[in-house]
Design a protein around this ligand. Structure first.
Ligand SMILES: Cc1cc2nc3c(=O)[nH]c(=O)nc-3n(C[C@H](O)[C@H](O)[C@H](O)COP(=O)(O)OP(=O)(O)OC[C@H]3O[C@@H](n4cnc5c(N)ncnc54)[C@H](O)[C@@H]3O)c2cc1C
Ligand SMILES: NC(=O)c1ccc[n+]([C@@H]2O[C@H](COP(=O)([O-])OP(=O)(O)OC[C@H]3O[C@@H](n4cnc5c(N)ncnc54)[C@H](O)[C@@H]3O)[C@@H](O)[C@H]2O)c1
Length: 468
């Protein structure tokens, strides 16, 4: 029986454990905090649960446009009270319940689980430190899926009360009066959007000229406009240098000397990989300059028996990608059929209002000349369903090959874009052409009608960018 030891119980680790066990491996999973990892306990699941409440608030904020008014009180802000303590308790409970579900599933599948901190202590050996001491486990195969830790600026240390990282937000009992969000990547944008919807005065400190520098720039434009229309203050090309607690608030100092005052500050300036002190360098595992474990497309590191999956590898930091890397590692290590990781098919979503979902090739790749495509961007302003729902920002965008019309990617900016993108994901995965895609019936009226219409506009797939 192949002895598999997995370090880290997030999606990279626990999905690998399920496959390892299914393939007959003797699997031990070591996790120091809780099953589900950061994804379930502090990052992905809690943030999306908070956002679920924010979404309801966003809908209610548009109620008056749709002819609904609060009795005797036109001001939504004073008509609805956000009980943040209750909201956060719900978030924490849901995360804990999800973690228990994962533990039960792993238990049923025969995975040995150890609560402790692990490191690779020798050739084919992993040492685990638990409450009752340290012991060593033999391993034929090791999978490292240790994730990342929020990055801290040297002069802006998080105190968990006023200066917070995203893991510390769920213990707030009351809404911040004025929240300074530093960093406008996906994490910063999602929390800025959610707290703004909950009625908090949000200031977004963005080091770039536009929010979401890593995303489709047409989509980021729409979001930035939506943020500004809702009254959010966006400080573009502003880099935070320090943050300090002063009186009952926080002062953030920018590199150009300006100061921003708020009641609380959320630091969302990226994350660093958990690769130190776990014996990687001693075993000769190659790390990138950023400290991530370098892996190939079947999740192998530079050392034959050591695999890595998830955020610790620096490949797309997504739960879905972590899980796939973990499964691939096990299929490869335990001799099952395996297809290497294909990043051209990954779909992802930014859970802001509106949501931004993407799949396949990106506008940045097209603009860089990496791939020649025909594309169309169709604003949702003309979509009947969007108008009925009072939503006219947003668009759908499709990319296809100019020669064959095969769909290579797409972007959807809309409420529930995370659900709408799946049709495009299937098209990309099956290498479907625009004519077959648009031949499928869509419901009238529906947002998906615009996806179909976009594909119809690409019938001749000329390599021009069309916008209409
Ligand atoms: C705020 C936020 C929201 C996000 N939302 C989404 C989303 O909506 N959708 C999405 O796809 N992705 C989302 N992500 C990204 C997603 O959370 C990560 O891609 C995912 O968590 C990566 O999984 P992982 O298994 O690599 O690591 P993690 O989930 O970080 O798990 C790693 C685990 O390893 C454990 N560990 C570390 N070192 C040791 C050790 N030495 N011994 C034992 N255990 C150890 C840690 O305790 C941790 O539990 C979000 C990220 C953030 C920050
Ligand atoms: N919905 C999702 O799937 C989701 C949600 C959150 C995070 N994630 C993943 O997590 C990864 C990390 O995202 P992230 O947003 O946490 O980190 P990030 O590194 O992508 O973004 C951090 C941002 O902070 C900025 N920044 C850095 N230092 C700064 C400073 N001193 N002042 C002002 N700005 C500063 C950077 O320029 C950058 O734009 C992403 O790859 C993303 O895929 C996914």
């Amino acid at each position: 029986m192949t002895k598999v030891v997995i370090i880290g119980g997030g999606p990279g680790g626990y999905e690998a454990a399920l496959v390892g066990s299914q393939l007959g491996g003797d699997v031990t999973l070591i996790e120091r905090d809780g099953l589900g990892g950061a994804a379930v306990l502090t990052d992905c699941v809690p943030s999306k649960t908070l956002i679920a409440t924010a979404e309801v608030m966003s809908t209610m904020q548009r109620a008056s446009e749709l002819g609904l008014h609060f009795e005797g009180d036109d001001d939504l802000g004073s008509a609805i009270h956000v009980d943040l303590a209750q909201l956060n308790a719900r978030v924490r409970d849901l995360a804990t319940a999800q973690s228990h579900d994962i533990r039960s599933r792993l238990d049923r599948e025969g995975v040995n689980m150890v609560r402790g901190t692990a490191r690779i202590s020798g050739h084919h050996k992993v040492a685990v430190t638990t409450d009752s001491g340290e012991h060593e486990i033999e391993a034929d195969v090791v999978l490292v899926a240790t994730g990342t830790t929020p990055r801290e600026l040297p002069e802006a240390r998080c105190d968990g009360e006023r200066i917070l990282n995203w893991k510390q937000l769920y213990h707030l009992e009351e809404l911040p009066e004025r929240l300074i969000v530093v960093g406008s990547g996906v994490t910063g944008a999602e929390f800025a959007s959610a707290y703004d919807a909950l009625g908090v005065d949000v200031v977004l400190v963005s080091s770039r000229s536009q929010v979401l520098p890593g995303e489709d720039q047409d989509a980021a434009n729409v979001l930035q406009r939506a943020f500004k229309n809702r009254g959010m203050e966006i400080m573009s090309e502003s880099r935070a240098e320090a943050a300090r607690v002063e009186d009952d608030g926080v002062v953030v100092t920018l590199t150009d000397g300006r100061e921003v005052r708020g009641s609380h500050c959320l630091m969302a300036v990226g994350a660093v990989p958990n690769t130190s002190d776990i014996g990687l360098e001693e075993r000769g595992v190659r790390l990138s300059r950023s400290g991530h474990i370098m892996v190939d497309r079947v999740s192998r590191s530079s050392v034959r028996y050591i695999y890595a999956a998830g955020d610790v590898t620096g490949v797309f930091a997504l739960a879905s990608v972590a899980a796939m890397q973990g499964r691939i590692a096990m299929w490869h290590a335990l001799g099952d059929a395996v297809a290497p990781l294909d990043l051209g098919q990954v779909s992802s979503n930014v859970f802001t209002a509106p949501e931004i979902a993407t799949v396949g090739i990106t506008q940045a790749q097209v603009d860089a000349g990496d791939v020649r495509v025909a594309s169309v961007l169709l604003p949702l302003g003309g979509n009947a369903r969007a108008k009925m729902q009072g939503f006219t920002d947003g668009f759908v965008k499709l990319f296809c090959l100019p020669t064959t019309g095969i769909i290579m990617g797409g972007v959807v900016v809309a409420p529930y874009a995370s659900e709408l993108i799946h049709a495009v994901s299937i098209a990309v995965g099956l290498r479907m052409d625009v004519d077959r895609f648009s031949a499928a019936f869509t419901v009238y009226p529906s947002m998906t009608g615009s996806l179909s219409e976009a594909a119809r506009r690409l019938h001749h797939h000329q390599p021009d960018v069309l916008t209409s």
